[in-house]
Design a protein around this ligand. Sequence first.
Ligand SMILES: *Cc1c(COP(=O)(O)O)cnc(C)c1O
Length: 733
Amino acid sequence: MLEDFLAIEPPIAKELSLPKRIGRLPDLAYNLRWTWHPEAQNLFSRIDYSLWEEVHHNPVQFLRQIKRPQLNAAISNVDYLQTYDRVMELFDHYLSTSKTWYQRENPDLLNRPIAYISTEYGLHESIQGYAGGLGVLAGDHIKEASDLGIPLVGLGFLYTLGYFRQTITEDGWQEALYEPLDFANLPVWPVVGRNGDPLTVSVSLPGRDLAARLWQVRVGRVPLYLLDSNVESNSPVDRELTARLYTAELEQRISQEIILGIGGVRALRALGYNPTAWHLNEGHSAFALLERAREYVAAGRSFPEAMDIVKQSTIFTTHTPVPAGADEFPLWLMDKFFSQYWPQLGLERDAFLNLACHHQSWGETFSMPVLALHLSNHANGVSEIHGRVSRKMYNHLWPSLPEDKVPIRHITNGIHTETWLARRMGYLFDKYLGEGWRERMDEQAVWDHISDIPDEKLWEARIHLKRRLAAHIRDRSRKQWLSGKLHPIQVVNAGVLLDPNVLTIGFARRFTIYKRAGLLLHRPERLLALLNRPNLPVQIIFSGKAHPADEPAKRLLQEVYQFAKRFESGGRFIFLEDYDLDLARYLVQGVDVWLNTPLRPLEASGTSGQKAALNGALNLSVLDGWWREGYNGRNGWAIGEDNQDQTAEVQDTQDTESLFSLLENEIVPLYYENRSADNIPLEWIARIKESIRTIAPTFNTRRMLKEYVRDLYLPAIRNPFPPIGDSSLEIPT
Ligand SMILES: *Cc1c(COP(=O)(O)O)cnc(C)c1O
């Protein structure tokens, strides 16, 4: 059955009439493998660089718009054709090799797929299916699963409107712009059966059935299936259910989660998958566990038996360190949406609601993370400290256990190295880390060779990346200015006065109160002095989106923007609109210092600092999330104390003082002073080397996925449980 669907080619590929000699470019375009293969990206950008930028690095749109003369120029360029042949060969080899890590380690488990479910995937800037770190992590997770040959199958949404694009008014107010995505321009195509009909799955919502169709994306070797409720047979309101990420409206939200959880299980079944392990990335998809239990009950088992089977095969990753951040629903809403469903589980109302009961001071709610914890034997937080916070937070679910025995472990988040590594740094690593470093990137010995890189070569690369960032920022500002919609001060705010020779600090992430983007603004006069010290100037770049419904975060963003507008900032305090994966790459690769100031212990992990470290920026961060494990006293700086129990007020005061004092007394002098005869900051470079050497081998998805496999996936997979339905329906290998 699965073969039927897999055999279907992206239909658009046939419409594109490309010269035969480069006729396989659509194969590349329709598999996101190119997003972590710079040479493959070159195959597009070299044909027409302006168009490549204009379509925001979207190869499908690029191939639909590229003009014949450019294509003809490409096929008459010997060098281009050589690159083409080499890239295609590598691409084919990547997809067909049987020498992956997983195949070596677990040759007997290749036909035991692992389902991975997430509400968002941050795979590339051309697919707007993510809001922040959770999504970027999910994207990096499946890219790494592909590299390691793990038989993962991903499940999520294809949002019609994506996440919003951000513009800032002259007054500093964030405006959200939703642009409908044209799916024909995305590297996705519908799943259709042999008879040509699109595959749809159906779920029950109050008073009606809803149909969702399925789209497929290839991420290297990993198939990703995306649900979309924009189907003709649905009512206009239902067709919009999967338009946006995380709607605040509760009925829409629960409907979305029913589509993802219940519809998602049905989708995989319809495709013929019989996953042996199910990994939920956060609790939004936890209804999937109910649906899996329902399958067993329908096949004749009792609910306790069904629950036991589901538990053994479920992995749940929690990302939320505060009860208030949990995804939960009022009980009246559960009655409305699930009163037809719990009888199918063989449960009474109370027993059903008890599966996810969360006692709030004002009453009870149905909590999705509690549901996920009740129905999974394998649970984890995303950093050491977050594991501890989660055990404490959920201790009440295991009242007989002491806190440290609560069965939630931790696996610290990492980044997909090849996605985040600047090309220029990659050349250096290729030259000095030794043959095959990319295969062994989670080994310390590989990174000990960082010391072999000559200081001047490393500094040249750093300066190059900073110039690239400055040039990109100027380009963006010019485009915005050309639109005719900007006030001149906004062009200054957008960074046109940026100087690549000046120590540059980056702060870019979702704008949300606990991340404390405003910490520096607590001491405005001290900040202005820091920016403009004679011979020791500093530039600070801010970027990030606030959730459209988060008014306090939007006001904080406005404060930052207003500060940037002050003439005394000298154009050295800037705000870049519309933070996304593309801008994130420029920033983590181009700045000197990556600043992070979360209120402890609310940063479950964070990963952007890992991206910065990989590319030679130094972390300046509160000891929370991953940095508490990564910091060793010599590879960056720690703001404030290692104490998670202080009040917000105390943390604000202490951290502000610590931050300014580190900048004024240590960081700025280290950058500008003690320069060599050819103007290289030797001590600064020593720190960069220590930072890359100690952070790169550990804080990557290679290490992370191997831990998931060893500690969570294999125990689930090796614990055989009775299959549902026809067990011969297994993923072809
Ligand atoms: C890496 C990344 C994140 C997550 O990083 P944090 O450290 O949690 O902010 C969020 N958004 C984008 C665009 C990223 O690239």
